[in-house]
Design a protein around this ligand. Structure first.
Ligand code: HEC
Ligand code: HEC
Length: 239
């Protein structure tokens, strides 16, 4: 069996074990029932205590902003957002640049606030707002080729990199795997570089190797830009 396939399979088995043991998911399911999207909306638009309003960086509809290197949050996955906010609160992942505010914001929100804001973001109607690759290129940002990215996302690199689609599906498959489609270009490039250079360690580990770190280390800078160009502009349904 190919090494990448093996990694993928063992990871899926790992998720299945987590699912069966029920600890994580039962807790998540219960959390979702108690989540109050209306309170989440207030936090998103107005902030709370030391947490500034999310809207300022993540956009009015939570679709992200390349100029802020801020990701789309709407519909990327409720459980995943709760996990990321907890990761920030626990300094498990400390972003640089604009995102450096996120650790303080994670700490300023209670567990309940985090669930509420995640429920609000999940409740939003799905909207498409692709990154403007032409404008980014005009601003001097290197932009990849979407056609090449599409091949990498759907097929991977034979014998080296599994297809991104296998895990991420088109809109996020397992609750803890975020949706990548319509995610912002700048954010995608940053994250893949963060996994590649080991700055971001929030990914689950298989045989002590972070799933996304292992994958990103096998991607070239060009692969990363091509993938981000495709994902940030692709329509919702992959043909
Ligand atoms: C000053 C700008 C700013 C504000 C205000 C802000 N964010 Fe962020 N946020 C960012 C940036 C930039 C990142 C990307 C960090 C990185 O590079 O990893 C981010 C990342 C995130 C992520 C990780 C998403 C993912 O795909 O992993 C979540 C979740 C998030 N923010 C939620 C929130 C919430 C909820 C609020 C409001 C309570 C908020 N943010 C307020 C700038 C901001
Ligand atoms: C074996 C399953 C698996 C495969 C294959 C996979 N991913 Fe991931 N990916 C994950 C998981 C799990 C996470 C969440 C990790 C975390 O919490 O940091 C993730 C997170 C990400 C993120 C961060 C998203 C965010 O919102 O912050 C990006 C970007 C990403 N993956 C891109 C890719 C690309 C590009 C490929 C293909 C080259 C790929 N992934 C293949 C499982 C996978």
């Amino acid at each position: 069996m190919r090494k990448s396939t093996l990694m993928f399979t063992s990871w899926l088995m790992l998720s299945a074990v987590t699912l069966q043991s029920g600890t994580v998911f039962a807790a998540d399911a219960a959390a979702n029932i108690r989540a109050d999207a209306a309170n989440g909306q207030v936090i998103f638009n107005e902030g709370k205590g030391d947490a500034s309003a999310c809207i300022g960086c993540h956009g009015e509809k939570g679709l992200g902003m390349d100029a802020m290197s801020a990701p789309r949050l709407a519909n990327i996955g409720q459980v995943y957002i709760v996990k990321q906010l907890a990761n920030f609160a626990n300094d498990l992942y400390v972003p640089s640049g604009m995102g450096a505010v996120m650790n303080g914001i994670g700490k300023a929100l209670s567990d309940q606030d985090r669930r509420d804001v995640a429920a609000y973001l999940e409740s939003l109607e799905y909207e498409i707002e692709s990154s403007d690759l032409k404008a980014l290129a005009t601003d001097g940002i290197k932009v990849g080729k979407p056609e090449q990215g599409k091949i990498l996302v759907s097929k991977g690199i034979k014998g080296r990199v599994p297809a991104c689609q296998d895990c991420h599906g088109f809109n996020g498959r397992a609750p803890h795997i975020p949706a990548l489609n319509q995610q912002k270009y700048v954010y995608l490039v940053n994250q893949l570089n963060n996994y590649r250079d080991g700055t971001r360690t929030s990914d689950p580990k298989v045989n002590k190797i972070g799933i996304m770190q292992g994958i990103a280390k096998k991607l070239s800078q060009e692969n990363i830009m091509d993938i981000a160009a495709f994902l940030s502009t692709a329509p919702r349904i992959t043909p």
